[in-house]
Design a protein around this ligand. Structure first.
Ligand SMILES: [Zn+2]
Length: 212
């Protein structure tokens, strides 16, 4: 029973259950997924659409409908800034084998950070869509940097004062960063796990429910 519970917990609604997953196949030189997120590219999702006169519609080969530069220019410009980090984090997820962990997030040793640890979101499975969701959620949630480092040091048992000295910032900044971590993780969870009903998103994101 416990195993069944574990398995069912690892199958968010967007997956349609264990048999509901679709592995996208790129058609020719079209991208299977959007360059900027976890959604299928427009051509993969809709096919190469044409109007009545057989003229090609502006169906993007590289982007989803949310990020099509011709029809959603502002979304495209907003998320283009995150593209390099998004792709780097997808590579990290694969390299570090993060999909094997049964947690929402994971600190992995990283000598380049002040705490010696770096925060990663764990994909719900190794499926490309889930890897993309976890990478997108992390880079768009503003968890990296000070919030993640403050959380890592708190988990190492450092006080806010000690953390402030190590990071060269004020106590107040540390406390603010720590109080902001849980709302950010909850916001990221909506993307990592998949779309949840609106009422549940609202209650999950309510700041008063955030306790560290
Ligand atoms: Zn997209």
């Amino acid at each position: 029973m416990r195993l069944i519970d574990t398995l069912s917990r690892k199958q968010p609604e967007h997956t349609g259950g264990p048999t509901g997953r679709v592995y996208l196949k790129a058609k020719g030189r079209y991208a299977d997924y959007c360059d900027l997120c976890w959604r299928p590219s427009e051509v993969t999702a809709k096919g190469d659409q044409r109007d009545e006169d057989n003229r090609k519609l502006s169906t993007s080969r590289r982007f989803c409908s949310e990020h099509n530069p011709q029809t959603s220019a502002s979304n495209y410009r907003r998320d283009l800034k995150f593209k390099a980090d998004f792709w780097a984090e997808m590579e990290n997820i694969r390299k570090l084998g993060l999909a094997r962990y049964d947690t929402k997030f994971k600190f992995i040793p990283d000598e380049t950070t002040p705490s010696g640890w770096e925060l990663h979101l764990v994909p719900v499975s190794a499926h490309p869509e889930d890897v993309r969701r976890a990478a997108y959620a992390l880079v768009h949630s503003k968890l990296r940097g000070t919030p993640a480092q403050c959380l890592a040091m708190k988990m190492q048992g450092l006080s806010p004062q000690e953390t402030a000295v190590r990071l060269g910032i004020t106590d107040r900044t540390v406390r603010l960063a720590l109080s902001g971590v849980m709302p950010k993780l909850k916001q990221a969870e909506v993307i990592r796990w998949g779309e949840a009903p609106r009422s549940r998103i609202a209650s999950r994101m309510a700041p008063q429910t955030c306790v560290l």
